[in-house]
Ligand binder design. Structure first.
Ligand code: AMP
Ligand code: MG
Length: 330
């Protein structure tokens, strides 16, 4: 029996998850939010520092285990905001020292993909739509590869930026989704797919101008934004499915909480005889359980760092998905 604890701290969320033999037995998190304005990395890191101990204790309580039962500590090594990553790593190192247990460094994006196994997906194309990241990722020829991605900002940051302009706080996504539901008129926006990549900055400027000039209500603009941008994302994901001849689409990242995106993903998959998977919300957003889940798989394959080697580990703020050395898959 193996019990792995996972620490997530790449951006706004500090999370601790515990996995026992592939089963999530705890998943606790706390998110840094603002009334107005976006994430300030140092403030988010401070938030993580303040909540970490409590979240850890809550996770142990939820799992109904004592900390001495933990076999390994996994943490999000990257990509992410350096001050935030450092807090998670420090927490993992201290715990490793205290318990005398090894550390497993985990790539955050790959964790979003692998947690999909819990929903039944086996070899998916992941449409990863989070705040900072927007990528189409899949495992092919020995590596997790990026088949398409944003050329400028992540789709979540794009939505948050639009929301901020409309004087809504962070995170803006859920609020914009509510406005979009009341939208009735489609207002034409730029559609920006370049090969397998997408970009959002032109659409953002256009949306801001339209909002400023009152060329559409916030409801109609939110609705039109969702229709346009989600179609762009699914177009690239569909091309990846076709190219790789894969039959499973997996959604990941906070933007995938959006029910319109989920519906559109389902529709696209149905039309091409594929299946769409979407983890429950607590596993979709940034969370410690997915870090523990991938951590356990890696730990079982022998990836672990102890003693000085554990304390010498560093964060990888810009780690690319395809740089991850994969030795745990067959
Ligand atoms: P993550 O970085 O994966 O934790 O995701 C956070 C991002 O998801 C933020 O940019 C949120 O605004 C966005 N988000 C959360 N819920 C929704 C939603 N229902 N619709 C659109 N975006 C959302
Ligand atoms: Mg994420």
């Amino acid at each position: 029996m193996v019990i792995v604890l996972g620490v997530e701290s790449t951006a706004h969320t500090f999370g601790v998850g515990i996995v026992k033999n592939g089963k999530v037995i705890a998943n606790k998190r706390d998110m840094y939010t603002t009334e107005r304005g976006g994430i300030i990395p140092m403030d988010s890191a401070k938030h993580h520092r303040e909540v970490c101990e409590n979240i850890y204790l809550e996770a142990l309580k939820e799992a109904e285990i004592s900390e001495i039962k933990i076999d390994a500590i996994a943490f999000s090594q990257g990509p992410g905001l350096p001050p935030c990553l450092i807090e998670g790593m420090k927490f993992a190192k201290n715990l490793s020292k205290k318990l005398g247990k090894p550390i497993v460094p985990v790539n955050h994006c790959v964790a979003h993909l692998e947690i999909g196994r819990i929903t039944g997906s086996k070899d998916p194309v992941l449409l990863y739509c989070s705040g900072a990241n927007t990528q189409v990722i899949s495992y092919a020829a020995g590596k997790y590869r990026i088949f398409g991605e944003t050329l400028d900002m992540g789709v979540g940051n794009f939505i948050d930026n639009f929301a901020r302009y409309a004087n809504l706080g962070f995170p803006g996504g859920p609020k914009i989704e509510k406005f979009a539901r009341d939208g009735k008129n489609y207002i034409e926006l730029p559609y920006s797919v370049k090969g397998m990549d997408v970009s959002f900055s032109g659409i953002l400027t256009n949306l801001k101008q339209k909002l400023e000039k009152k060329e559409g209500s916030l409801e109609d603009l939110s609705f039109s934004m969702e229709e346009t941008v989600f179609a762009m994302l699914l177009e690239t994901a569909e091309r990846a499915l076709a190219h790789l001849e894969k039959k499973e689409l997996l959604l990941g990242g906070g933007v995938a909480c959006n029910s319109r995106l989920q519906d559109m993903a389902k529709r696209m998959c149905e039309e091409r005889g594929a299946k769409s998977f979407c983890p429950e919300k607590s596993l979709l957003v940034d969370n410690g359980a997915m870090i523990a889940y991938l951590g356990e798989i890696m730990f079982k394959s022998g990836i672990k760092f102890s003693g000085k080697k554990a304390q010498d580990l560093d964060i990888k703020p810009r780690q690319r998905t395809d740089e991850v050395e994969v030795s745990w898959k067959d």
